[in-house]
Design a protein around this ligand. Structure first.
Ligand SMILES: [Zn+2]
Length: 270
């Protein structure tokens, strides 16, 4: 009896650590959602805002974002159109709160850890660092918000895959070209292994990899079939796409081989 209580305690501690660890990664705050008033009433920030469509864009006075607000408005509209186009929908009406921060440190003051970007999907909040040398106002976080609210939760590799795919680039390189380069270096992870423990793998490899694979799935099999995979998970691929996963993966890699890679210098592999 004592042993089983001890084992139960160990199991509980393990589960708690898993939750804490997954929360420390970008975006996945499934367990504690941030409210927009938590940010607006934060002592360290004086927010100004403008409205672009159904998105409220918040920025700080005298910040880099305030000096480039026209560019932010234009990019936000492009991001929305991009997300709608990928999902084959014509509009997404829910109000979205989009915050622009000066640094990763400022991000930490709000979300509790340093990050380039974050999305709180249930509250329709996204936060991006927007500074001279680091601009992350891409479609990524917006895609997390829209895909969750339209399609629900999914496996992490699918969730991040769609968000990365929506930007079609990674660290300044075209997505497929970078992943072709990673393939040439032999560092890609078998797709089947990405279903497990995704957020504890090397995100500088896994994120572009699932982004490129997602792009391939959507372009080859269509968004409706992709959505079915989103809903039912990796296991459903043979039934939904009518081909086994390893066969699709092999074809995707053949497709990647055609991509130019000579110009790529991905410093994170060194
Ligand atoms: Zn993400």
């Amino acid at each position: 009896m004592l042993n089983s209580i001890k084992n139960l305690s160990v199991l509980c501690l393990f589960l708690l650590l898993c939750v804490l660890q997954s929360c420390s990664k970008i975006y996945m705050k499934k367990y504690s959602e941030l409210n927009v008033n938590d940010i607006l009433e934060h002592d360290s920030f004086q927010w100004k805002h403008v409205i672009a469509g159904n998105t409220i864009l918040y920025y700080e006075e005298n910040s880099y974002a305030s000096r480039n607000i026209k560019q932010i408005i234009t990019q936000s509209k492009l991001n929305m159109n991009n997300a709608l186009s990928i999902l084959h929908i014509t509009q997404y009406d829910h109000e979205i709160h989009s915050f622009f921060l000066e640094s990763r440190q400022k991000m930490k003051e709000i979300i509790g850890f340093e990050s380039n970007g974050a999305a709180y999907v249930k509250s329709h909040i996204m936060l991006d660092v927007f500074a001279e040398k680091l601009k992350t106002n891409t479609t990524h976080e917006l895609m997390h918000i829209i895909s969750y609210n339209l399609w629900g939760w999914t496996e992490p590799w699918l969730n991040e895959g769609l968000a990365v795919c929506s930007d079609d680039s990674w660290h300044g390189y075209k997505l497929d070209e970078l992943v072709s380069y990673l393939m040439s270096k032999g560092v890609l992870i078998p797709i089947a292994d990405l279903k497990i423990d995704f957020y504890n793998k090397n995100d500088l490899i896994t994120y572009p990899q699932v982004g490129s694979f997602t792009k391939y799935l959507i372009e080859k099999y269509g968004i409706d079939n992709y959505r079915k995979v989103w809903t039912h998970g990796m296991e459903s691929i043979p039934q939904v796409l009518l081909h086994p996963l390893d066969e699709i993966e092999k074809e995707w890699k053949e497709f990647l081989k055609e991509k130019p890679i000579k110009h790529i210098d991905y410093k994170y592999l060194k």
